[in-house]
Design a protein around this ligand. Structure first.
Ligand code: C5P
Length: 224
């Protein structure tokens, strides 16, 4: 039987949201944002355990949310790092020698993730070793130089915006994070790509938004 652990990076300043209260604890339909995310993961049969990264001063508060909402699959809350990849690395360290086959990484700031998508990501990781959820790009994307002029226009048909979950065989993701300790990569799959490993892309549903701004929060309220 496959054992899967979820890593939830939920640290960082979250300044772009513009609230005094840290982003994971901002209320979404009366419930802390991160509680929605952790509930979705906890309720999914494909997930056996969860490790969360929180800002060090917010660890107690995070544990309080976990207790209050009965998120019993969360086995620990660790301190986040300076960057998202530092936070994920800290979670991987916590998993250490624990016996899991698959690591699924999901942003704490994506509260609308569906169980079916989590299951698809775990299955793809079992089959291909590494997978990332992504959405086809609908805008035309241009590379812009520091002078403010267009350098070139990319072919939209080949472009996807990567989201989370991203899921990996445990040995592979540990190796990817072990290679470059100072990496500031903004997603996990890119570290695996650097090992020369192929990453399977899963097209996800449109509602799996990341809450970054007040507008995202309003949208999440509507979609929930
Ligand atoms: O910064 P970004 O929007 O890419 O953050 C994605 C996720 O990574 C968020 O859930 C955020 O809480 C988390 N993060 C983290 N540690 C950091 C920065 C971001 O866990 N230092």
């Amino acid at each position: 039987m496959t054992r899967t652990i979820a890593i939830v990076p939920a640290a960082g300043a979250g300044k772009r949201l513009g609230f005094k209260v840290p982003k994971p604890f901002v209320l979404l339909r009366g419930k802390p944002l991160v509680a929605h995310t952790l509930k979705a993961l906890s309720s999914c049969g494909a997930i056996d355990a969860i490790v969360v990264a929180a800002e060090r001063p917010a660890i107690g508060r995070m544990k309080g949310v976990i207790k209050r909402f009965g998120l019993y699959k969360v086995i620990d809350v660790v301190a986040g790092g300076k960057t998202r990849s530092d936070s994920v690395r800290n979670c991987l360290k916590r998993i250490g020698p624990l016996a899991f086959d698959i690591v699924l990484i999901h942003d704490g700031a994506r509260p609308l993730v569906e169980g079916a998508l989590i299951e698809r990501a775990v299955k793809a990781a079992q089959r291909f070793g590494a997978c990332v959820v992504a959405a086809p790009e609908s805008d035309t994307v241009k590379v812009v130089g520091s002078n403010g002029f267009v350098k070139k226009t990319l072919d939209r048909n080949t472009l996807f915006r990567t989201e989370t979950p991203q899921a990996f065989k445990v040995r592979l993701i540990k190796k990817a994070y072990g290679v470059k300790r100072t990496s500031t990569s903004t997603d996990d799959a890119s570290l695996v790509e650097r090992l020369g490993v192929k990453v399977k892309v899963i097209v996800g549903p449109p509602g799996n938004i990341k809450v970054t701004t007040k507008e995202d929060l309003k949208l999440a309220e509507v979609l929930l």
